[in-house]
Design a protein around this ligand. Structure first.
Ligand code: BGP
Length: 477
């Protein structure tokens, strides 16, 4: 047994990290457009005052405004993906390209036409689009007017946006994801990125943060229902930043902490896969005095809007320990305690291929639904040699080991895995730092952290390696 014949190999991007053209053809500002780049980006996202200032006045350099200008280069970029043999391309739709303010009376035709053309281009190259409806880019006007997802007003607005997409692209797009890394809303330390909300002290104001999460879960379920109604045979998944957490030691307290921390993420996938709140979450709300604004219909909506498959991002694992003295490590949504058995990337994310196999098994055991790895990869600095070549053996090494782990999960353990889209298949701006130098791609883009460069695309060594992987359906690693 090997990977199934129709296994979906490909790559992933998100609109705000690659498109640029931030105000072109009627697009409105999104939350991503008011975040500066640099190592302080995480702090800025958690700083309510700074966010309010940025919303009022855009001063300085904002990486998303041009990004890699995919908006004007997509034909060339999709052709390169076609050359690698991609079966699937994951991208997101910028909500503010379709509804510039989120609540406009009519959708923006030019925005809709752009994605028509993008999906046509994919299909021309035999590439199936996999579309994230909301990837860290809710319209800024909704933050100003409603404080983003803390308000239930966003539920019908999102449903209408999703319905508009399903109606328009029903002949072109079969695979959909509702919210990117939906667990970011409560785990990121600030609900701005995931939920377009500014909360002065998220630790104290848990109610606002969990309300945003609840509203998104209801909206996600409504979108799943609508998608099934409008597109027969549509496959609609959720998307979580999957956390592979080990107990730091066999001390029972550490083991318990692992369970508790995993539940911070499982909460979302439990609701989206099973259709109801897990009892540990209801207890948590009761004990913390968190009273959510829930409507009578919410229970039915959640039950009727369960997802067809579970998708997730996986970059690293971490450990949980009851000892506060141990060294911490960073990660894409939250850090943990450093694992002494693992190496780290240049950005301190701990590399753990076997953790991916364990995680695939855990998720499949828990939900018995098909899985899709929609983000995985190594953010690293690349060097362009004098002859123009880019020898990214470290990236090949990272990916090879992860594909091998995924292969074991499928071939040996019997996990039902639909596909694999590596993150940032073409270099793009980083979500956590806004840097260009944190590169993930098979395709290099000539641009630096200050926004300078020709935007010229070139193939890295990993380009032909991945082409070979896809051609051999994962046999040739
Ligand atoms: C995930 C996000 C992506 C992506 C990725 C890599 O959390 O869904 O948008 O950016 O992480 O993170 P970074 O860009 O910070 O390296």
């Amino acid at each position: 047994m090997s990977f199934p014949k129709n296994f979906l190999w490909g790559g992933a991007v998100a609109a705000n990290q690659c498109e640029g053209a931030y105000l072109e053809d009627g697009k409105g500002l999104s939350c991503a457009d008011v975040l500066h780049g640099g190592k302080d980006k995480m702090a800025e996202m958690a700083d309510a005052q700074a966010l309010r200032r940025n919303m009022e006045k855009l001063e300085g350099f904002f990486p998303s405004h041009e990004a890699i200008d995919f908006y004007h280069h997509y034909k060339e970029d999709i052709a390169l993906m076609g050359e690698m043999g991609f079966k699937v391309f994951r991208t997101s739709i910028a909500w503010s390209r379709i509804f510039p303010n989120g609540d406009d009376a009519q959708p923006n035709e030019k925005g809709l036409a752009f994605y028509d053309s993008l999906f046509d281009e994919c299909l021309k190259h035999g590439i199936e689009p996999l579309v994230t409806i909301s990837h860290y880019e809710s319209p800024l006007a909704l933050t100003k007017k409603y404080n983003g997802w803390t308000s239930r007003e966003l539920i019908p607005l999102f449903e209408r946006y999703a319905r508009t997409l399903f109606e328009r692209y029903k002949g072109k797009v079969k695979y959909w994801l509702t919210f990117n890394e939906i667990n970011a809303t409560t785990l990121f330390g600030a609900p701005f990125l995931g939920a377009g909300a500014i909360v002065d002290d998220p630790e104290k104001d848990k109610c606002a943060v969990y309300q945003a999460a609840h509203n998104q879960l209801v909206a996600s379920a409504l979108a799943v229902k609508a998608g099934h109604e409008i597109i027969p045979g549509a496959k609609i998944g959720n998307m979580i930043a999957a956390m592979m957490i080990y107990p730091y030691s066999c001390k029972p307290e550490d083991v318990w902490l692992k369970t508790a921390r995993e539940r911070e993420t499982y909460f979302y996938s439990d609701v989206q896969a099973r259709g109801y709140y897990p009892s540990y979450m209801e207890q948590f709300f009761a004990k913390q005095g968190i009273e959510l604004e829930r409507e009578a219909d919410d229970t039915r909506i959640l039950r009727e809007g369960t997802v067809d498959f579970i998708s997730f991002s996986y970059y690293m694992s971490m450990t949980a320990s009851s000892d506060p003295e141990l060294t911490k490590t960073s990660g894409n949504l939250f850090g943990g305690v450093k694992n002494p058995y693992l190496e780290s990337s240049e950005w301190g994310w701990q590399i753990d291929p076997l953790g991916l196999r364990t995680l695939l098994n855990n998720l499949y055991d828990r939900y018995q639904k098909p899985l899709f790895i929609v983000e995985n990869g190594l953010g690293a600095k690349d060097v362009v040699e004098a002859d123009g070549s880019i020898n990214d053996d470290y990236r090949i090494e990272y990916l090879r080991k992860h594909v091998k782990a995924m292969k074991d999960a499928v071939e040996v353990d019997g996990v039902d895995l639909w596909g694999y889209t590596t993150w940032g298949c073409i270099d793009l701006i980083s979500a956590s730092t806004g840097e260009m130098s944190k590169r993930y791609g098979f395709i290099y883009v000539d641009k630096d952290d200050e926004g300078k460069g020709t935007l010229k695309r070139s193939r890295k060594k990993s380009f032909s390696w991945y082409k070979g992987v896809i051609e051999s359906n994962g046999d040739q690693l």
